[in-house]
Ligand binder design. Structure first.
Ligand code: DP6
Length: 408
């Protein structure tokens, strides 16, 4: 039996992917760009075993067995990676140096997230990226990460961007077969270490409209979406320039504008799709208020929202402590897990366990009131980080028989 375990990161787009021109191959209607976030905070972990003795492909997600045959997108990822392995086996056999026929074995897949699934925290991106990356390691594929991203794309569009660390673009491509629709790294994680992120978990609940369903309704019914598709190319270029020159002012404005436009096309979908709730909108107001209070007029933070109510705030490291204190003041905690000071930004305060939320003297109380406890349930402080990691055998989620060590 051959077993490999890997983790893959979450990515949060600053230019959003929304809409497909081909729903089978998952080809998007515009380019998108994301920041890969640290796997130390959020990740999907996947173990895959392949053995001659396995009678069928099996899948366990978060400790529960699922029917793998029902998951067409995962099936596509298996088919594509197995085909590449088969090619390698045929080439090796032709040279008289046969490889183990892994492409003919069934596999057992066990995958876990260290955060709630479908809470708008990009679980499909990290989950499918972990699956495809682990398959590529299991089969010892020699293709480039960008080529592998074309396979991950077919699992879930945004998954293609989670195969790289740092700042990642998904180039939409224009070919019908999707061969030019792939992820590329714009800059590595080491490029802009001052840029950090704070995820405000507004709701752990499963979302109402899935991205897959929602985006097609937008394409079919939203006139505004046609305008968006024309605007994105210029915005992509401006965003790449902002990242390469570490220009937080442009990065922040583009990020907020693109998030707002994405939620505007959701509202323009008929019937409309609502991903933001009152707390999400209050955080938007708070960030604008915070930015207008800045003495030199410079933007200090930017928000972005995916297909759910959770806010992701991007900001330079130097502002993070203040932002955490502000959010904790206006959206107070109702639990002990509210904030784990992983990066020790609160210094002495967090070490003594004494966490001091702090309001802002310049804020208008009518615009930014203190919200009920628990409106924000958790704050996750994270950074731009690396792509998928291969773990030691001891980290395997499967035992020597190829069944999960732990079940739900
Ligand atoms: C709002 O990648 O989840 O997060 O391709 O149908 O699986 P499918 O959709 P998915 O959509 C993500 C949409 C988004 C924006 C983004 O990540 O770019």
């Amino acid at each position: 039996m051959k077993t490999v375990t890997c983790t893959a990161p979450v990515n949060i787009a600053v230019i959003k992917y929304w809409g497909k021109r081909d729903t089978q191959l998952i080809l998007p209607t515009n380019d998108s760009l994301s920041v890969t976030l640290s796997q130390d905070i959020l990740h999907s972990k996947t173990t895959i075993s392949a053995a001659k003795e396995f009678e069928k492909d099996r899948l366990w997600l978060n400790g529960k067995e699922e029917d793998i045959t029902k998951n067409k997108r995962m099936h596509n990822c298996f088919r594509e990676t197995r085909a590449l392995r088969k090619q390698m086996e045929d080439d090796a056999a032709a040279k008289g140096q046969p490889l183990e026929p892994l492409s003919t074995y069934h596999v057992h897949v066990c995958s876990e997230n260290n955060f709630p699934t479908a809470a708008g925290l990009a679980s499909s991106a990290s989950g499918l990226a972990a699956l495809v990356y682990t398959l590529s390691q299991l089969f010892e594929l020699t293709i480039s990460v960008s080529d592998l991203s074309r396979i991950a794309r077919q699992g879930s569009g945004s998954a293609c961007r989670s195969l790289f660390g740092g700042f990642v673009a998904w180039e939409m491509g224009d070919k019908d077969d999707g061969s030019d629709s792939r992820a590329v790294q714009i800059a590595p994680e080491t490029h802009w270490p001052e840029l950090e992120a704070l995820i405000c978990v507004v709701s752990d609940a499963k979302k109402g409209t899935s991205s897959t369903e929602g985006m097609q309704h937008t394409i079919q019914t939203s006139p505004l979406m046609k305008e968006r598709v024309k605007i994105v190319p210029e915005r992509m270029q401006a965003m790449k320039d902002a990242i390469l020159s570490k220009d937080f002012q442009s990065f922040a404005e583009l990020t907020m504008r693109d998030s707002n436009q994405f939620h505007a096309v959701c509202l323009d979908t008929y019937p409309p799709i609502f991903y933001l709730n009152d707390t999400s909108r209050a955080i938007i107001r708070l960030i604008h208020e915070y930015n207008s209070s800045s003495p030199d007029g410079k933007l200090k933070a930017a928000y972005t929202y995916d297909a759910g109510p959770n806010a992701v705030i991007y900001a330079p490291k130097e502002n993070m402590r203040e932002i955490i204190q502000l959010i904790a003041h206006y959206f107070p905690s109702n639990n002990d897990n509210y904030f784990n000071d992983h990066y020790q930004v609160l210094g002495e305060q967090s070490m003594s366990g004494e966490f001091k939320p702090q309001g802002h003297s310049a804020f208008n109380e009518n615009v930014i009131p203190v919200h009920p406890e628990g409106s924000v349930s958790r704050l996750l402080h994270t950074k731009c980080h690396d792509g998928p990691r291969v773990l030691e055998q001891s980290e395997s989620l499967l035992n020597d028989e190829g069944v999960p060590k732990r079940l739900a």
